[in-house]
Design a protein around this ligand. Structure first.
Ligand code: PEP
Ligand code: MN
Length: 292
């Protein structure tokens, strides 16, 4: 097959026949709200805890986002856990979270980003979530992507840790073909042998940032927290993500990180987050961009 980019797994034919919408030139801006826009001058940040554990902790997180002028809150309401057993500390609020989400919507100017795992929850949670996240484990759950896309809300598709860019664009195509043009891609680390640290479960693939720009102008968010799984590395990987040209960031923080209900090695503290946002702003300025 004729390939304009030898050595890459994406061919001209792929762009024409397999994901024409994902690789089509489109307006260089995806607007989520008056304030939050993904374009060449902005780097929207989505931040918050892994899991919406309780009202008190999530309101503290909202306060911090407001203080740091960050416009999007992430918090898992329905959580994909790798193993079916719950620790004593762990509980997910699930449907019970809606009261809290309602309160947040009323009192804060934040867009709420949360993962949806089952189509049957979609109508129930639709009013409370502004941006639906398709988790890496569901990247190829095409019926789920199709149904979520039909709500025409912004949708983040996280790359599965074993998937190529070609696969990711195929998943995005399922959203685009359902007339949802607010599709955001997310890199969150891939699973390859590496020896740096037993706790770093995935390897952040920053090469996908320039690679995606060669074939698509869908925004690509980078999530260093889920990639490295290790709070001490989040800062350098975040700054590297900005330097690589990431269109957005997803970061995990927690009011009491080592006591987080899920993945306590992963979140950075409030202090670390505050400082990191300041550093991101400095770095973004060099590139003539703005952290929002
Ligand atoms: C998450 O963002 O909370 C999450 C579970 O991410 P991923 O699907 O990338 O593991
Ligand atoms: Mn997580």
């Amino acid at each position: 097959m004729d390939n304009k980019f030898p050595g890459k797994d994406i061919t001209k034919e792929d762009c024409k026949f397999k994901f024409p919408l994902a690789t089509k030139k489109r307006p260089n801006e995806i607007s989520l709200s008056k304030k939050i826009k993904f374009n060449s001058k902005t780097i929207p940040v989505i931040a918050g805890p892994n899991t919406l554990e309780n009202r008190d902790m999530i309101l503290k997180c909202c306060d911090l986002l407001e203080k740091k002028k960050i416009g999007m809150l992430r918090a898992g309401v329905y959580k994909p856990l790798t193993f079916p057993y719950r620790s004593k500390k762990y509980f997910e609020l699930g449907d019970k979270a809606v009261k809290i989400l309602e309160e947040i919507k009323k009192n804060y100017d934040l867009l709420l980003v949360s993962e949806i795992m089952e189509e049957k929850k979609l109508d129930f949670i639709n009013d409370y979530i502004d941006v639906f996240q398709i988790g890496s484990r569901n990247m190829q759950n095409f019926p789920l992507i199709t149904e979520v896309s039909k709500k025409l809300k912004p949708i983040i598709i996280k790359r599965h840790y074993g998937a190529s860019l070609r696969d990711l664009l195929g998943a995005a195509e399922y959203a685009l073909i359902n007339k949802n043009d607010k599709v955001l891609l997310c890199e969150r680390g891939v699973s390859v042998p590496h020896t740096h640290k037993a706790t770093s479960r995935f390897l952040l693939d920053l090469q996908i940032v320039p690679a995606v720009k060669e074939v698509s102008n869908l925004p690509l968010i980078v999530d260093p927290s889920h990639a490295c799984f290790w709070h001490k590395w989040v800062k350098s990987l975040t700054l590297a993500s900005i330097a690589s040209g990431a269109n957005g960031l997803m970061l995990e923080f927690h009011p009491n990180p080592r006591n987080a209900a899920v993945d306590p090695l992963q979140p950075i503290s409030f202090n670390e987050f505050s400082k990191l946002i300041d550093e991101c702003r400095e770095m973004a300025k060099i590139l003539n961009k703005k952290i929002i």
